[in-house]
Write a protein that binds this ligand. Structure first.
Ligand SMILES: Cc1cc2nc3c(=O)[nH]c(=O)nc-3n(C[C@H](O)[C@H](O)[C@H](O)COP(=O)(O)OP(=O)(O)OC[C@H]3O[C@@H](n4cnc5c(N)ncnc54)[C@H](O)[C@@H]3O)c2cc1C
Length: 404
């Protein structure tokens, strides 16, 4: 059977993962990316154990581990009262080869996978190629792209939208994207200066509660990063003023030192899930299908899980399985994971850091403290947070019942 290439819109972490998995199994892909090169923005910084397990298949995990940092503990702190809960990943050492969060930037991940796949004969990655429209019929999808030379069309049996939160593919599919957007934006600042110089016993991942200005501390190999809220009435240029950034960092770290800044980006934060992850021959994955707060480091990770699930289905479809049944199952399972795992965990982490009501905030902190100090419940929480539980409970790419 001649295999026609599957078109993947967007060479972000999710699109590139899908391209890796499909081409590894001999399925040709055309990846269309509107930018001129792989995105260098650091953004995500955590790779969970459940994701490292899924990335073993094509040999990516080993290379990531060689480049990343192993965060064996995750801390929850109160900005005034200090540490109140610490989760030790050694609790899952009998469950996985990876009892830690691997700290590594999204840009490194994309670069690693891109370098591995770019010369494969099954892979055709086209930069400066923006998907602007598509129409589908019973036999395929005609995709319109905008390039430097004007407009072109490509015919494909299946189009996968991995084109991020503002997905053109999703908008044209006409599915809902219900949820909410946080009122404040979040500012991410990075510096090579180690934060544990200022806060004793600081681990690489810290959720720090405060009713006025919560903090999220994350380390990647290149830098220590601080994520904090920007109130709705503060314009971007004010929030990004270098002096204001220094003052925020000095207050957070209780010092008068000044910090060289290597990263400063403002993000809008959403919790949204698409009503359906496919229609006909067009499928959504990653941020195109679901967005969540970065508290928990789950967006990219769950997108990699989507890509893994979908790759198994597309491989079966190329072998003759029923596409409609496979996509229906994909949509059902991945939507369930987006709502019952990713949304639930990221909302819990977000609530505990930004709750304004003192009594309720202290209650949330007490609950978290009790959870961390109960080894059985703490282990279950880590298995959920590490995206191992969702794979075990919901499966990855399992065939639809009674179809095969
Ligand atoms: C501050 C912050 C920290 C985060 N930390 C974590 C973390 O630690 N762990 C985690 O798992 N997640 C984290 N996330 C979330 C993570 O960054 C996203 O979930 C991830 O980028 C989603 O990947 P994606 O490939 O679906 O989409 P994107 O990364 O948005 O990639 C989409 C790609 O498609 C391209 N594109 C867009 N439109 C088109 C078009 N029409 N045609 C062609 N190409 C197009 C874009 O240029 C881009 O390259 C964080 C997010 C933020 C904001």
């Amino acid at each position: 059977m001649v295999k026609n290439p599957i078109v993947i819109a967007g060479a972000g972490p999710v699109g590139i993962t899908l391209a890796d998995k499909l081409s590894f199994h001999g399925i040709p892909v055309i990846v269309l990316e509107k930018s001129a090169a792989p995105n260098k923005e650091w953004r995500a910084s955590t790779f969970h154990a459940g994701t490292l397990e899924l990335l073993e298949e094509t040999g990516v995990t080993e290379e990531l581990i060689a480049r990343g940092l192993k965060a064996e503990k995750v801390q929850y702190r109160d900005r005034r009262n200090g540490l109140y809960a610490e989760f030790d990943f050694s609790l899952i050492k009998d469950e996985t080869k990876y009892p830690y969060r691997l700290q590594l930037s999204q840009a490194t991940y994309v670069q690693v996978v891109y370098e591995r796949i770019k010369s494969r004969p099954e892979v055709d990655i086209r930069f400066e190629s923006e998907v602007v429209d598509y129409v589908q019929d019973d036999n395929g999808v005609t995709v319109t792209i905008k390039t430097q030379n004007g407009f072109e069309t490509i015919r494909t049996p299946y189009l996968v939208g991995t084109d991020g939160g503002r997905s053109t593919v999703r908008k044209k599919l006409g599915v809902s994207f219900e949820g909410y957007t946080h009122e404040e934006r979040w500012l991410l600042v990075g510096t090579p200066v180690p934060f544990n110089r200022y806060i004793p016993d600081l681990e690489m991942v810290n959720y720090i509660s405060d009713p006025d200005e919560f903090l999220f501390i994350l380390r990647v190999p290149e830098a220590w990063r601080l994520l904090y809220p920007v109130p709705a009435d503060v314009p971007d240029e004010v929030a990004l003023d270098p002096e204001r950034i220094q003052k925020t960092m000095q207050k957070a770290l209780n010092t008068t030192d000044t910090f060289p800044i290597v990263e400063n980006t403002i993000y809008k934060i959403h919790q949204r899930v698409a009503g359906k992850f496919y229609k006909g021959r067009v499928v959504l994955a990653g941020d195109a299908a679901h967005l969540n707060s970065p508290m928990g480091g789950l967006g990219l990770n769950s997108g990699v899980h989507d890509a893994t699930d979908l790759s198994k289905r597309l491989i079966r479809i190329y072998e003759g399985a029923n596409a409609e049944a496979e996509f229906e199952k994909y949509s059902e399972v991945r939507q369930k994971v987006a709502v019952e795992y990713v949304k639930e965990i990221s909302e819990k982490n977000t609530r505990v850091v930004k709750e304004k009501d003192t009594e309720y905030r202290l209650k949330l902190q007490k609950d978290m403290n009790e959870l961390a100090n109960d080894p059985i419940r703490a282990k279950q929480w880590i298995l959920r947070s590490a995206m191992i539980a969702s794979v075990r409970e919901q499966g990855i790419g399992e065939p639809p019942a009674g179809v095969r």
